[in-house]
Design a protein around this ligand. Structure first.
Ligand code: IPD
Ligand code: CA
Length: 270
């Protein structure tokens, strides 16, 4: 089988899985939800786990040997050549409060010789807006089957920049000075509560950039590929600890201006 056909099969499985979990999210948006755990800045729902199980069942039915790295746990051998990276509900706090801004995020990654992973297929599905973003590395980024492109805005003072604070005191403390430095320079700041949707909104030209100091791989893997395939700049830097990154996703044109503001706070930006 040709590589392209394989990737298309992987994409089809990821879309099927995302739609199956999305249907449950849509049905249950306004129902009472069982909380498995909560902390000051986070909520974990029983539905997170159930949605990951639905996704895993679908993905592993077609590809039983591919491991799953999910926000709600790992299945299979993560040391193997390929893995799925799954966030069953990205935007859980929104979803828990009945705010229809959350999504399913699924990426397929292959391990490279240097041990890092390359995303080859990305799917982000917003079941409330009925928006499905898809990409296969080397191809176009699509929204409901139509090609999308990043915005062309190059001036920070015209830009909409989405930010995230993650969920720990340390990431909140790291983000506040960045927010303070940016808020007077940009047209608007947006804090929407779903990293994967922030990435696809940059890919679609709705936002011009999205910045977060300590995000996890499952939040950004699929959106990162979709952004790159839409012509954007997916800058991310791995942090100590497993599956953690800084991210500065942008339309490419804004990279110099954004970098000038951020490098005072994030030493990783060259
Ligand atoms: C969170 C959301 C949020 C971001 C956090 C993520 P979750 O994911 O993407 O926007 O700021 O860093 O952890 O917990 O809703 O899956
Ligand atoms: Ca997430």
């Amino acid at each position: 089988m040709k590589a392209d056909a394989n990737l298309r099969r992987l994409l089809a499985a990821a879309v099927k899985a995302a739609k199956a979990a999305g249907a449950v999210m849509r049905r249950d948006l306004n129902s009472a939800k069982r909380v498995n755990a909560s902390s000051q800045h986070d909520i974990k729902l029983e539905l997170d786990v159930r949605c990951q199980q639905i996704i895993e069942r679908t993905l592993r039915a077609g590809f039983p040997r591919v491991a799953v790295l999910g926000e709600e746990g790992v299945t299979g051998d993560l040391e193997s050549a390929h893995r799925w990276v799954v966030d069953p509900i990205d935007g859980t706090v929104n979803f828990a409060h009945g705010i229809p801004h959350a999504c399913v995020s699924i990426a397929f990654q292959s391990r490279l010789e240097d041990g890092t992973h390359e995303t080859r297929v990305g799917v982000v599905f917003d079941p409330f807006a009925g928006e499905l973003w898809t990409a296969i590395r080397g191809g176009p980024a699509l929204l409901n089957g139509r090609p999308i492109r990043i915005s062309t805005r190059a001036r920070l003072n015209e830009a909409i920049v989405s930010v995230g604070f993650a969920k720990h005191r340390s990431t909140l403390d790291q983000m506040l000075p960045v927010l303070n430095a940016m808020v007077h320079r940009v047209r608007k700041i947006r804090v929407m509560g779903s990293a994967a949707l922030a990435m696809t909104y940059v890919a679609s030209g709705r936002f011009d950039a999205y910045v977060e100091p300590g995000i996890r791989t499952w939040d950004i893997a699929a959106g990162g590929l979709i952004l790159e395939c839409a012509g954007g700049d997916y800058w991310q830097h791995p942090l100590p600890g497993r599956h953690r990154h800084r991210v500065m996703a942008n339309n490419g044109s804004l990279r110099p201006a954004l970098g000038r503001v951020l490098r005072r706070h994030w030493k990783e930006i060259g």
